[in-house]
Write a protein that binds this ligand. Structure first.
Ligand SMILES: [Fe+2]
Length: 368
C-alpha cells in the first residue's frame, strides 16, 4: 500500500511540474552487516495513470529529482591547505612515504599533486604557530557563476564571506571565494584552476582526495550549513557521523559528532584495496603504524587504513568508495549498528587507537 503525494517541483527558475510521488514501504539498505533494519523515505514510484498526464509529468519530475544527489554549485573536493611550523620534514614525508609529487613550491609553501588531474591536492604553508592548523578545505565549483551563488547562500545560511571572488594568487590559479561557517570552518570555492595531465593510476600512489572529515560540536548545524550554503546532500547519518555528498562519491565531506571543531582527518583515494594495504606496509616501515585498520567502513563501503602523520596530522588511505545516485536511501543511526565486537564490515579491525583519537582533535582551523 502506497500513499501518493502530489508535489510541485521546480524544474528551473520559471518552469514547474506537478509530480506524483509515492511514500513506498519498500526500502533498500546496501552492503550492510547483519542485524540492521531499513528506513523509509519518499521515493519515486510508478505513477497512478501509466501513459497519462501525471505519468508524463512524473517522467519530467523524475529526471529532475534524479539530479538532486549532486550539488548545483560544487563539483567536488579539490584540496586541503595546512599551516605548519616547517616545511622540510613535510616535504620528505609526503613525497617519499605518502607518495605525492611536488606540483609547485614557493618560499613559504609546498603544493603536492596526486596522480589525478588536480593541480594539487594538498598544500603546506609555513606559519608561526608551533603546531599544524588547517587553513582551508578547497572545493571546486561547477562554474564561475556558482561563486556568487555560494556567497549569497552562505550568508543566508548564517555564514560569512571572508573574501569575494577574485583571482587566486598562488600556484594552480583560478578564481576563488572563501566562506566561513558559523563554527569557524573555512571553505574555499575555486573555479578555473589549472589541471595537470593525469598519470595512469599507480598502485602505490594516491589519485586524488577522497574526503575530509571535520569534527563538529553541533553536527546538525554543520550539516544544515553545508546543505544550504553549498547544496550538499546527506548520504547517511550514523550515531556519530553525518556523511555529505556533492557528486557520485558517497561522501566528500563528513562531520563527526564531538565536542570540538577540529580537522578529524583527510582521506586520499588509492586505486584499489591492494594499494591501501601496500600503503599500510610502507607507512609501517617508515615508522607510522596503522592506527585504525585495515577495514571496510559501513557508510561509503570504502576500505581504509588510518595513520598519524607528521605533526599529528591524521591521514587515511582509502579505496572502493561507493558510487551512488538518487536511488540511494539515506540511512539513519538505527540503520548503522555494528554487531558486538565489530567496527568494520570485514570484522578484522580493532577500534581506532587512543593515539588516533587524540590526534583527531589536535588540528584546528586557523582563527578568522
Ligand atoms: Fe575517512
Amino acid at each position: 500500500m502506497s500513499l501518493w503525494l502530489v508535489l510541485r517541483v521546480q524544474l528551473n527558475d520559471s518552469i514547474f511540474a506537478i509530480a506524483a510521488i509515492s511514500m513506498g514501504s519498500g526500502c533498500h539498505r546496501p552492503k550492510m552487516p547483519s542485524a540492521v533494519s531499513c528506513c523509509c523515505r519518499a521515493s519515486v514510484d510508478t505513477p497512478p495513470d501509466p501513459g497519462g498526464k501525471i505519468a508524463a509529468l512524473y517522467v519530467i519530475a523524475r529526471r529532475r529529482l534524479a539530479l538532486t544527489h549532486a550539488s548545483s554549485t560544487i563539483a567536488g573536493l579539490r584540496s586541503v591547505a595546512l599551516e605548519v611550523p616547517e616545511l622540510a620534514s613535510l616535504e620528505r614525508f609526503f613525497t617519499e612515504v605518502w607518495h605525492l609529487g611536488i606540483a609547485a613550491r614557493t618560499e613559504n609553501a609546498i603544493y603536492f599533486h596526486a596522480t589525478g588531474n588536480d593541480h594539487h591536492v594538498l598544500s603546506v604553508h609555513r606559519a608561526a604557530a608551533g603546531v599544524a592548523r588547517i587553513r582551508n578545505v578547497t572545493l571546486r565549483a561547477r562554474d564561475q557563476v556558482a561563486l556568487a551563488k555560494v556567497a549569497q547562500s552562505a550568508l543566508s545560511a548564517g555564514g560569512r564571506v571572508l573574501s569575494a571572488a577574485s583571482p587566486v594568487d598562488e600556484p594552480g590559479g583560478g578564481v576563488s571565494m572563501t566562506i566561513v561557517d558559523p563554527h569557524g570552518r573555512i571553505l574555499r570555492v575555486i573555479h578555473g584552476d589549472e589541471r595537470r595531465a593525469a598519470d595512469a593510476p599507480q598502485r602505490d600512489r594516491p589519485i586524488r582526495l577522497a574526503h575530509a572529515v571535520l569534527n563538529s560540536h553541533d553536527c546538525e548545524a554543520s550539516r544544515m550549513f553545508l546543505e544550504q550554503a553549498l547544496d550538499f546532500s546527506l548520504s547517511d547519518r550514523t550515531r556519530i557521523m553525518a556523511f555529505m555528498r556533492c557528486n557520485s562519491d558517497h561522501h566528500s565531506i563528513a562531520f563527526g559528532d564531538t565536542d570540538n571543531d577540529a580537522l578529524n582527518h583527510v582521506a586520499f583515494l588509492m586505486p584499489d584495496v591492494d594499494s591501501v594495504m601496500r600503503g599500510g606496509g610502507r607507512m609501517r616501515d617508515a615508522g607510522f603504524p596503522i592506527e585504525w585498520g585495515p577495514g571496510r567502513h559501513g557508510p561509503g563501503n570504502n576500505a581504509f587504513n588510518y595513520f598519524i602523520g607528521p605533526l599529528d596530522i591524521v591521514i587515511e588511505y582509502t579505496a572502493d568508495v561507493q558510487q551512488i545516485d538518487d536511488s540511494y536511501q539515506a540511512g539513519g543511526p538505527a540503520n548503522w549498528k555494528w554487531p558486538p565486537g565489530r567496527v568494520d564490515q570485514w570484522g578484522i579491525s580493532a577500534p581506532p587507537s587512543e593515539r588516533l583519537k587524540a590526534a583527531q582533535r589536535g588540528v584546528s582551523f586557523v582563527g578568522v
